[in-house]
Every structure is written in structure tokens, then in C-alpha cells.
Design a protein around this ligand. Structure first.
Ligand code: COA
Length: 174
């Protein structure tokens, strides 16, 4: 088994068969993800196995976002200017019901963080932001070090480090 993550391709990926146990997340993939990707609203990143590339094991969607400075917890505000804080929002995350518990959710969270860090070669991104739909989802994100946004119990963020992007590396120096 060799896994890869690519952008959603409506001609390749079988969206109709995807089921994660949350009908809204299944419906988003089927009905809106492609349109949002075309319209510049959000990109959808699909996890699949090289041997069955049309089968969607999981997905996450990413979009530009921002927080207010006082949305961050006090230690994370240090040395930041009094401007809105630039962010990447992982708006949705879902793993196929029959593939949950194998580390794919973790893989997609890591991929989202890598995408956000890679952007720092071209624009400022300070945090990765997620919306947890319930307490279980919040516990999942907290297990990776995400911290609650001060004024919104459902939103959590992960600071992306303080280093400068390394020239030509394509990666943030974290
Ligand atoms: C939440 C979800 C994405 C997790 O994906 P997954 O592939 O099953 O999770 P992983 O196997 O990568 O788990 C990674 C770690 O998180 C832990 N974890 C998983 N679900 C958790 C939860 N609800 N609460 C706390 N920890 C959780 C696992 O125990 C694992 O920790 P470990 O490596 O120390 O054992 C998946 O269950 C899902 O799609 N659920 C339905 C949709 C949903 O709730 N999406 C969240 C959007 S808000």
C-alpha cells in the first residue's frame, strides 16, 4: 500500500461512494467541493492508495482565513503586531468509516500543516485553524496540540512556528 494526497479530481475520484458517518461531510464532498475548488473558495485534498486511486480514503478542505489577535491565547500573541492574524482554515476533515483508526486523520492534519507552511514562502500564514463540529472532534484536534480560540469554543488553532521560510527550500524553517 502506498498512499498519496492530491487535489480532488472529479473525473478520477469516486465521491458517491464516500461515507464517513457524518452526512454533511459526505454531502459536501459530493455536491460542493468541486465547485468550491473551481471558484477559489476552498481546495479539497484527497487521500488515496496508489493501487485504488479512485477510492477516497479521506479528505480535507483548505481555505484562506484570519483571526483577530485577541482570538489567540495570550502566550501566542507575544511579539505579534495588532493586525488580523493570517491563517489557513482546514474547513473540513473526514476519513471513510471503514478506514478510520488507521492514522489517516493524523496524516491529513499533517498535510494541512505542511500546505500552510509551504505557503509561507509566498505569503504570511501564522496559524492553522480548524472548526470542531463537536466535543469529540475538539478532543481529536487537541491531541495534536491545537488550542481553543479564546472567544469560540468550536474553533481551535495551531501556531505554525516563528522561523522565517528557508529560501529555495519550499518549506518553513520551524
Ligand atoms: C475524526 C476523524 C477525522 C479521525 O480520523 P481517523 O483516521 O479515524 O483518526 P486517526 O486514526 O488518524 O487518529 C489519530 C489519533 O487521534 C486519536 N483520535 C481519533 N479520534 C479521536 C477523537 N474523536 N477524540 C480524541 N482522539 C481521537 C486516535 O486515537 C489517534 O491517536 P493515537 O495515534 O495516539 O492512537 C474521523 O474519525 C472522521 O472522519 N470522523 C467523522 C467526521 C468528523 O468527525 N470529522 C471531524 C471534523 S470536525
Amino acid at each position: 500500500m502506498a498512499l498519496h494526497i492530491t487535489l480532488l479530481n472529479g473525473r478520477l475520484h469516486d465521491r458517491a461512494s464516500f461515507s464517513c458517518g457524518e452526512s454533511m461531510l459526505d454531502a459536501y464532498l459530493r455536491q460542493q467541493a468541486g465547485q468550491h475548488q473551481r471558484d477559489g473558495i476552498a481546495t479539497t485534498h484527497v487521500l488515496a492508495d496508489d493501487e485504488a486511486p479512485s477510492r477516497i480514503l479521506g479528505y480535507c478542505s483548505l481555505a484562506a482565513a484570519q483571526l483577530n489577535l485577541d482570538d489567540l491565547q495570550a502566550p501566542d500573541r507575544k511579539r505579534l503586531p495588532a493586525y488580523p492574524v493570517p491563517a489557513v482554515r482546514m474547513a473540513r476533515l473526514a476519513v471513510s468509516s471503514d478506514a478510520q483508526g488507521r492514522g489517516y486523520g493524523r496524516l491529513l492534519v499533517g498535510h494541512a500543516a505542511n500546505c500552510a507552511c509551504a505557503l509561507r514562502d509566498t505569503l504570511g500564514v501564522r496559524v492553522l485553524l480548524v472548526d470542531a463540529k463537536d466535543a469529540r472532534a475538539a478532543a481529536f484536534y487537541s491531541s495534536f496540540g491545537f488550542r481553543p480560540v479564546t472567544k469560540d469554543a468550536r474553533a481551535l488553532y495551531q501556531p505554525l512556528g516563528t522561523g522565517l521560510p528557508t529560501p529555495h527550500s519550499g518549506k518553513a524553517d520551524r
